[in-house]
Each structure stands twice: as C-alpha cells, then as structure tokens.
Design a protein around this ligand. Structure first.
Ligand code: NOJ
Ligand code: MG
Length: 586
C-alpha cells in the first residue's frame, strides 16, 4: 500500500497517540507540561553523596522519592556539564560531558532512568549564548582553525582618543567591565556578555547554529523531556556589516558607575529580532521528538526583558516557540504589596499572554534572593499557593517549599564571580548570588544533612537546626505540609482546566477561584494584613455553598478538613488557605 506523505504523517501521529495512551496515564504524555510542577535543582547545593562538600547527581537521585512525594512533575537541573566552574557550570567546556564533581554520564543515565521509573521528568539546562574559554571550539577559534574561525564574536581593536588600540566598542559585560577581551594568540578581541571565561558564540555563523542543534538532539536522544534555555535575549549582537564594519558604541543610560552594565542602554546587544527564529527552530526539533518519543518536549526560555518582547518567544502566529519564564512575581511583587497590587501583577501576565498559550509562575531561582528573604517568611505560603493554583506551569526553586532564607556568606567565603568582580569587601553582597545558593536543609544533623564532608562549597546557613525538611515533615503544620497539600490540589481537574477568577475583597484579601463544570471548585484565599478577617464569597455565584479546607498555611487557624459556608470564612492574619467545594461546580 502506498501512502501520501500527509497520510503517512497522520498514521504516525495516531500511532504515537496510541502509544502515548497505552504507556502513559491519562492527561500525561502529550499534555503533561501544560500544568507541570517544575522543581529547580541547583546541583551543587542539593545533596552531596560522596562527602566532598559539593552536591552531585547521585545525591539528586537519592532524593527523587522526596520530590515525587512533594508532587513534582519534572526537575530542571542547573548545568551539570564539564566546566571550569568560573560561573558554576554556566561556562561549559563540553556540552556532551558531565562535570566530574557531579558524577559521570552513567550516573546521569541512572538518574534519568530512576526519575522515569517513578514518573519525574528531567529538563536539561541549555546554555547557547556562550561556552567556556576552555572549550575546544574556543581554543581552535583563537588559533583560526578554519572550521572554528567564526564560532565566536571576534573583532579588531580600535584606536581610542588616547592614540592607543583598545576594545572594538564601549560594550560592558553583565558581570562588569569591558565585554571585550584581547586574545594575544589570535591578535583580536572576543566578546563576552558575561565572564571573560564565557566567550559569546556567533549565531551569524551557520556552523554554530548547526552545532547547537546537534546538542539539543544529543540530550533528546538520551531521553530528556526538554530544556531551560539560558540568557536567550543576549544571543545576538548587531551585524557590523550594517555599521560600516564596526561594532557601534551603546548609548549612556545616565548611570554613574562606568564599569557597571547598567551604565549603558543595550540596543545593540540585547533583544535582537534574529533571536526569535532560532528559538522557533529549536521548537521544530523538539516537535520531531514528540513523534519519536511519544512525549511532549518542553522548552522554557530565560530573558529578563519587557513583556511585549517576552511574549514573542511563545511564537509568531505561524511558528511555535517556547514558554518564556514569567518573572513578574520576582520584579513586581514587594514585601509590602497589597492584594490589589498583586492582582494587577497576575492580570498583567494573563493579559499580555497570547490566547491559547500556557502561563507559568516563578517565585525564585539561583540568581535571586530567596522568596522568604525577599518578601518575608510570612508571605511564603501566600506566594507558593498563588504559583500553584494559577493556570499553567509552576516553577519552584529548591527550598521554597520549606521557606529557606538566604544564608550569610562572608567576603572570604564568597564564590559568585558577580560578587568577586566588584572587588569590594564591603558592598560585594549587593551583587552576590551565593546567599541563595547555600546548601539545602534536609535535617538538623551535620551540614544540614547535605553532606558528610568536613566543609561544604558554600557555608550552610545557620538557621538549619530549626528550618529543615525533617522538622517540617514531623510537625503538624509547616510550609512543607502546606506546599504539598496545595501541590496535590494542582492535580485536580478544576486547577488543571478550570476558568480563573481573581478578585480583591479589600486591600488585604485576594481570592483566586478555579472552576470547571462537573467537578469540585478550588478557591485560594490570601490575607495580607496582620489582622484576622472574615471573608464573604457569596458574590462568586457559581461557587457551591459549602467548602472544605484542603490546605491550611502556617498562619491559619482554620484547619484542614474543616467545612465552612462560603458566606463566612475566617481567614487569620497572613494566612493562605485553599478550599475545595464539597459539591461539584456549576
Ligand atoms: C543566567 C544564569 O541563570 C546565571 O546563573 C548565569 O550566570 C548567566 N545566565 C550566564 O550564563
Ligand atoms: Mg559530591
């Protein structure tokens, strides 16, 4: 029998669909990502299995049951690849090798197999903007090896007003100082938007595009479920061809510190239009694997940028793209934000997002001060609940489920290059990401149960004796218990598929409702004030009259299992509480 290409494709798709339904549970397989709970692991600081004070893959593997039990659908691990670790793995020597301090490829494969077995997916960090300066590609490029000559952004120096030859332009690195470094071997400057040890790849070179697509395929062939894409919006710089063969200087921003990235505006090094098509090309590769492996392949991109530019990553109408990380909770919610302000922040993303796309909610990552330190411990349950009950993907950074705070790291102990580059023993902490990368608190034993070693790569925060997983598992009420209860609600039909309604009842009461026909509705109520309040939800007409408390935050007096009437609900000061209607909605 001869099939047309279209028929063949149809058969293939239905075969894959069949396969997906046969081997994966309902709602899983092709749709898993749409409501996934993604847990970010910073491998160096999660769990050390061999006592060297550095977290590793076997450590992560040993904690998979903890993550599964918490309700996690997928883990995203910050980079685990061969690297000199100037930027702790974001400077990659070889995209296909595992860093020895984290383990071996066999360890990775064992971790992946174990994760699959228990139903946790693995998302790989993908760092396309730059490699390490120890990468073979870079070493060969400095020597003008014809295959690698244009792999990086090289330029001749230019003569400055002082008559001396200096960098090709005034561009500044995100990590301070000139973004250009001279290579005596090559006799030219190379661009590094981050560290000197992180040379930028040249995406105007087709060989680089191909090379990086092969990296995507390599990890998909291993069976990963997708990628978190690093620093996507600095991937391109302007083409000097359009500027008389030179890289143009960037305009001043009005800032005062000439070595600081913020001293300049970045029209020539950030958010360039060319970026989006590369993302859409990667999406096409991922789509090939949906058919091959019967599972949707996920891609989330990291760009700190304006909302309208952010939304372009979703696709352009003709082509699909990625999910852009939603950083509005990080940037726009403060420790004093009231209910109305928080509602507007939520609405902002939902309003800008193109219709039919999947939202996502992020409360932290390895580059940000921890949620509990940023907004206060009494807002952790609140923010976790919002991130878990809003539509779409939830991203949790390790430790948010127990309200871990930033640890103190002295100048002597400081490792983060962004802080070291300040050369300032007094003010370094303003730039340091080390406090939010201190080791995870498992229990109250030595090194918080993170490592049996005599020292750890960053000091363990001193509040670990009381603030740890074991203590919170054993206590009747804790951030952990609450997180887990709300994560379980995320799996209900109402939260997966239901309509969203957000309402403020006062400056301090925010109510989030998820309702779908034929199933109990879910309501999250937040009290941001330091006074107990009584909330009347009668104005939510479709919400059934009786509700049961499904998750009660650490500051709530109303306990799990209690039944209440919707017209009078006691919500204590700082309480985040989730309720499920006793009867089906609507
Ligand atoms: C963003 C990463 O999250 C950060 O940790 C890293 O330093 C830069 N990109 C450079 O790769
Ligand atoms: Mg180790």
């Amino acid at each position: 029998m001869i099939f047309s290409k279209a028929q063949h494709k149809m058969r293939l798709v239905s075969f894959v669909a069949l396969l997906a339904t046969a081997t994966l549970v309902a709602g899983d397989g092709l749709d898993w990502w749409k409501t996934a709970l993604i847990y970010q692991i910073y491998p160096r600081s999660f769990k050390d299995s061999d006592g060297d004070g550095i977290g590793d893959l076997n450590g992560i593997k040993s904690k998979l049951p903890y993550l599964k039990d918490l309700g996690v659908d997928a883990i995203w691990m910050s980079p685990i690849f061969l690297s000199p670790m100037y930027d702790f793995g974001y400077d990659i020597t070889d995209y296909r090798q595992i860093a020895p301090e984290y383990g071996t490829m066999a360890d990775f494969e064992a971790l992946l197999a174990e994760a699959k077995k228990i139903g946790v997916r693995v998302i790989q960090d993908y760092v396309p903007n730059h490699t390490s300066n120890e990468s073979e590609w870079f070493v060969k490029s400095t020597k003008r090896d014809p295959q690698y000559e244009n792999y990086y952004v090289w330029a001749d120096g230019v003569r400055g007003a002082d008559g001396l030859i200096g960098p090709p332009s005034n561009w500044i690195s995100i990590f301070r100082n000139s973004a250009w470094e001279y290579s005596p071997t090559r006799g030219q400057y190379y661009l590094h938007q981050f560290l000197i040890g992180q040379p930028d790849l040249n995406y105007r070179e087709p060989k680089v595009q191909k090379e990086m697509k092969d990296v995507v395929r390599f990890w998909l062939d291993k069976g990963v479920s997708g990628f978190r894409v690093d620093a996507i919006n600095v991937m391109y710089e302007v083409d000097p061809k359009n500027f008389g063969g030179k890289y143009p200087d960037e305009p001043l921003s009005g800032g005062t510190d000439p070595q600081d990235y913020e001293y300049l505006k970045h029209p020539y090094t950030k958010d360039l239009d060319e970026t989006y098509n590369v993302v859409y090309d990667w999406r096409d590769i991922l789509d090939e694997y949906i058919e091959k492996q019967g599972e949707y392949k996920f891609m989330v991109t990291e760009a700190y940028t304006d909302l309208d530019l952010m939304m372009k990553y979703y696709g352009n109408g003709q082509r699909n793209g990625s999910i852009p990380f939603n950083f509005v909770f990080l940037g726009d919610i403060k420790n004093q934000s009231n209910a109305r302000e928080i509602k507007l922040v939520i609405d902002k993303w939902m309003t800008f997002m193109p219709s039919g796309k999947v939202a996502n909610w992020v409360n932290g990552n390895h580059d940000q001060s921890r949620l509990a330190s940023r907004l206060g411990t009494d807002r952790v349950d609140i923010m976790n609940m919002l991130a878990l009950l809003l539509p779409g993907v939830t991203c949790t950074y390790q430790g948010e489920e127990i309200a871990m705070t930033d640890g103190y790291v002295s100048w002597q102990d400081t490792k983060d290059p962004q802080a070291c580059n300040t050369n300032d023993p007094i003010n370094y902490w303003k730039k340091s990401r080390d406090p939010n990368r201190t080791p995870f608190h498992w229990d109250d034993s030595k090194n918080a149960g993170f490592s049996t070693g005599n020292s750890t790569w960053l000091p363990v925060a001193d509040n670990y004796k009381t603030l740890n997983v074991a203590a919170q598992m054993n206590s009747k009420k804790s951030h952990y218990q609450f997180y887990k209860d709300v994560a379980a609600l995320k799996k209900t039909k109402a939260v997966r598929e239901g309509d969203l309604d957000t309402r403020t009842f006062s400056q301090s009461i925010l109510v989030l409702t998820r309702l779908a026909p034929g199933t109990p509705g879910v309501v999250g109520i937040v009290n941001l004030s330091d006074k107990d309040e009584t909330v009347d939800l009668s104005s939510l007409k479709l919400l059934p009259p009786q509700l049961r408390v499904a998750a009660s935050g650490v500051d709530c007096k109303l306990e799990t299992g209690t039944t209440v009437n919707k017209n009078s609900i006691q919500v204590s000061a700082h309480c985040a509480i989730a309720l499920q209607s006793v009867s089906n909605c609507c």
